[in-house]
Design a binder for this molecule. Structure first.
Ligand SMILES: Nc1ncnc2c1ncn2[C@@H]1O[C@H](COP(=O)(O)OP(=O)(O)OP(=O)(O)O)[C@@H](O)[C@H]1O
Length: 316
């Protein structure tokens, strides 16, 4: 790299104090701040209506923010909208493709829209990268759902943006195609593309993303490396299978939060940092219960997500 090369940004996307109130008063985003490092595979998780699409639409220039600052690849979307737009490729939620265009034509049109000179277009190479080279000249209406989805990714990559945003890309995509899509996006990420993915699927975020932000009712309720988020939940569940049925939870165990799932099964959800398992076992012993089997279960991202979006304080 020569000394005249522009320095690469530390953060691919920076969002500071972003708020959006729609006409009519609906607050979709409230003081959202996020910093997405260059090269990250970043997950934005949230239930329906959390504000994910609003956030993406603001970045895409489709929705006007009410307040705050958004910087994409060091370009402020207010001051340098063109360069901000050029730095990002957005794969929309809907499979809206003109059925009478072929993939080749679609990518050519898209390249034209982004002002990519003919000599710099890589239409076939991009189609090849998404596994659609052999469909270059087929009408879009003849493509399967998975192929259309991949074509949308190809469209988003036409102007070689350093950032790829995927808005719920696997809704309605079967498992095999999902795996194909992920393999492709992983490859792009490994080659340096920063990926921002919104999803409802926690497993997907857990498997793919190195950082996760959880958004609920327009607010960021967590934002950290996936491994930290998983470690943060100080919550375990102990399941006791009894040798003889009980008709009530013994008081010593009830005091620790035990619940009867059925006359032969008791469960205790506990925080290992404040309640060592030994204390639960002492209570079991003091209650005179005969245990046939016991198992513990760690909290997973699903638990964290439910906890964070239910308004309960995160276990810490
Ligand atoms: N154009 C609009 N006018 C008024 N309210 C809107 C508009 N668009 C979205 N909203 C509201 O703003 C909130 C956030 O919506 P948004 O679509 O950003 O959520 P989301 O997290 O993307 O949800 P989903 O996962 O269902 O796409 C919702 O309550 C939604 O009803």
């Amino acid at each position: 790299m020569t000394s005249s090369s522009p320095a690469l940004p530390t953060h691919a996307i920076r969002i500071e104090g972003l708020s959006k109130t729609y006409k009519g008063g609906k607050v979709a985003l409230s003081d959202v701040s996020l910093a997405i490092p260059r090269g990250a595979f970043f997950g934005l998780l949230g239930p329906n209506g959390a504000g994910k699409s609003t956030l993406i639409n603001i970045m895409a220039g489709l929705v006007r923010k009410t307040r705050g600052r958004v910087t994409i690849w060091d370009n402020d979307i207010d001051k340098d909208e063109r360069n901000a737009r050029l730095a990002i490729g957005i794969v929309p939620q809907e499979l809206n493709l003109d059925p009478f265009f072929t993939p080749r034509e679609m990518l050519e049109v898209q390249a034209g829209l982004y002002g990519v000179p003919a000599a710099e277009r890589r239409t076939l190479a991009i189609l090849d990268a998404v596994g659609l080279a052999d469909k270059a000249d087929s009408y879009a209406r003849s493509l399967s759902g998975g192929m259309r989805r991949r074509l949308l990714v190809a469209k988003a990559m036409v102007h070689r943006p350093p950032i790829l945003v995927l808005d719920e890309p696997t809704a309605g995509v079967d498992i095999a195609l999902r795996q194909q899509l992920w393999a492709m996006v992983r490859r792009l990420n490994a080659q340096g593309t920063t990926v921002l993915l919104t999803t409802h699927y926690l497993e997907e975020a857990e498997e793919l993303c190195d950082q996760i932000a959880i958004i609920n009712h327009g607010r960021v309720v967590a934002c950290e490396p996936t491994s930290t988020l998983l470690r943060r939940v100080d919550s375990k569940c102990l399941t006791l299978t009894l040798a003889r049925p009980v008709d009530h939870v013994p008081p010593a165990l009830a005091a620790l939060g035990a619940e009867a799932r059925d006359p032969l099964t008791l469960t205790v959800t506990y925080r290992p940092s404040t309640l060592p398992m030994a204390r639960i076992l002492e209570a079991v012993h003091a209650s005179g219960l005969e245990v046939a089997d016991l198992a513990t279960h760690e909290a997973d991202l699903e638990d964290i997500f439910l906890r964070l979006t239910s308004g309960l304080p995160p276990a810490a």
